[in-house]
Design a protein around this ligand. Structure first.
Ligand code: ADP
Ligand code: ZN
Length: 222
């Protein structure tokens, strides 16, 4: 049965939000709304939005709210009034957090939990430089891990892997700076609201997933 949990995943670029979102999506049977995946879809489809988005994404900068917020909130509003969901990559600024709160007020209830996946900076830089994404299912893979190379197929669906333009070294540093300056302040908002749970994002994917489920008070036995 699908859960009604309304969850936002939070953390620096490379924290493993996408990986944990895919696992939690299956476990909770809820929609997964990834702002990054949404914009990359527009870039691939060569839409006007994609053309504008790519200019910012490739430099590691946030896409301006006037361009980004509407299309993400549309996805949220398409869901049923009682539906649970996982937001991944949104909200990314205090302003986005406020708009989300206002929008969800029209939809029976707001977020139930914000899960902060924390990872030390050296580890983020190492991961993003070795990260490749599946063209088909968007699952992220870190290729510095034993036995993998860029020509390996996706471990989830067999699809082809590619490196995101913004995982190249120049953009990685910019993204980490943007995270500290524009995104990290969002943590205080949700801490004050009592919604924040924090887990370490270093270790085995399955172990981090167990920590995530424990933090969300979901059954962890498997
Ligand atoms: P990561 O968390 O690994 O940096 P994402 O896939 O979440 O990657 O985001 C990639 C890029 O998409 C960001 O660097 C930014 O340019 C853009 N983006 C994603 N979410 C947002 C958002 N909520 N607001 C503005 N820009 C965003
Ligand atoms: Zn795949």
């Amino acid at each position: 049965m699908s859960s009604s949990l309304r969850l936002a995943l939070f953390g620096p670029p490379g924290a493993g939000k996408g990986t944990q979102a895919q696992l939690l999506k299956e476990q909770l049977d809820v929609a997964h709304i990834s702002s990054g995946d949404l914009f990359r879809f527009h870039v691939q489809q060569r839409t006007e939005l994609g053309r504008v988005a790519a200019e910012y994404m490739n430099q590691g900068l946030l896409i301006p709210d006037t361009v980004s917020v509407g299309i993400i909130l549309d996805k949220v509003m398409e869901l049923g009034a009682e539906a649970g969901f996982i937001l991944d990559g949104f909200p990314r600024t205090p302003e986005q957090a406020h708009i989300l709160t206002e929008t969800l007020a029209e939809k029976s209830r707001g977020l139930d939990k914000v899960l902060f996946i924390s990872v030390p900076e050296e580890e983020l830089v190492r991961r993003l430089g070795g990260r490749f994404i599946c063209r088909q299912c968007q699952a992220p893979h870190t290729l510095s891990e034993a036995g993998a190379d860029a020509s390996s197929p996706c471990r989830q669906c067999g699809g082809e892997l590619y490196q995101r333009d913004d995982d190249r070294a120049e953009a990685v540093q910019a993204r980490i700076e943007v995270y500290h300056r524009q995104t990290a302040p969002v943590l205080d908002i949700y801490r004050e609201q009592g919604l924040l749970a924090e887990i370490p994002g270093v270790g085995e994917i399955a172990d981090i997933n167990r920590l995530a489920r424990a933090a969300l008070e979901l059954p962890t036995g498997d």
